[in-house]
Design a protein around this ligand. Structure first.
Ligand SMILES: [Mn+2]
Length: 266
């Protein structure tokens, strides 16, 4: 049995299948973790969803911003942005089952056997693993529950705070979603910034979330996607960036959790 993590698919079905073939992925024995953003922008989001759905219990997805946006678009009956290239997926007769599948997936996961935490964008430096898992469960109850349309419609915007007020579920949901699926740079006070998606040296005022001292000597491994401009470089042993920008012409990257080996698609 092997466990693999693959970075952002974003509809790049060819490279996704190529990586699985390169490691001889066997869904009856192996487990696949996907860091999220299965869909949007790339050529074949429908094929990606079809294939991931077919893997069922052999796959775990930590949802990304594009996955949640797809959910929100469909559940709230909005038009998809043409640049997301989601028409074939949204007009598929199987869309309801794909949506239910996505709604059954978490925002983060922790694998004790590898001491490894996985989420789409990362973890806020002030959050413990336990707290992150609790927030993921709570957040999932929002996008899977009876008020999912409302929570998802209200998740947009650029609120930099990291408050988690129990008496304001929408704000708590937004903070949870923003950290797990949208975070890149943080301010000097470790608040969220939404305007920068460049590289490590773009800003003096802002710093990547993983530059907090907590991650420097971390035993726990943190795996994330979402930030193609990093080109897979965090300069930290235990913080692994897997979005290598396949949808922008780069490779797609797979991590073997048992060996720590990384493989790129062509
Ligand atoms: Mn993303």
């Amino acid at each position: 049995m092997a466990s693999y993590v693959i970075g952002d698919l974003q509809g790049c079905y060819t490279q996704f299948k190529q990586l699985l073939e390169m490691v001889d992925f066997n869904p009856s024995k192996d487990h696949l973790y996907l860091v999220g953003d299965l869909v949007a922008r790339g050529p074949d989001s429908l094929a990606c969803m079809q294939y991931v759905y077919s893997l069922q219990n052999s796959v775990t997805v930590t949802l990304g911003n594009h996955d949640l946006h797809l959910m929100s678009t469909v559940i709230n009956g909005k038009q998809a942005n043409p640049k997301d290239k989601l028409d074939a997926l949204i007009s598929s007769a199987s869309l309801p089952k794909y949506l239910s599948f996505l709604q059954s997936q978490p925002l983060c996961t922790y694998l004790p056997e590898f001491d490894c935490f996985i989420s789409h964008a990362g973890i806020h430096p002030h959050w413990t693993i336990e707290q992150a898992i609790e927030l993921s469960k709570w957040g999932q109850s929002c996008y899977q529950g009876a008020k999912s349309a409302q929570f998802l419609a209200g998740m947009y915007g650029k609120n930099s705070n990291i408050d988690l007020p129990d008496d304001d579920p929408q704000m708590k949901f937004n903070t949870t979603v923003n950290v797990f699926t949208r975070m890149r740079f943080l301010t000097q006070d470790w608040l969220l910034d939404f305007d920068n998606k460049g590289t490590l040296h773009d800003s003096r005022q802002l710093k990547p979330w993983f530059t907090h001292p907590r991650f420097k000597a971390s035993k726990t491994c943190f795996v994330f996607g979402h930030w193609a401009a990093l080109e897979g470089n965090t300069h930290l042993d235990r913080v692994i960036a897997l979005d290598t920008g396949c949808v922008w012409g780069g490779p797609m990257t797979l991590l073997n959790l048992s060996t720590n080996e990384q493989i790129n698609s062509n």
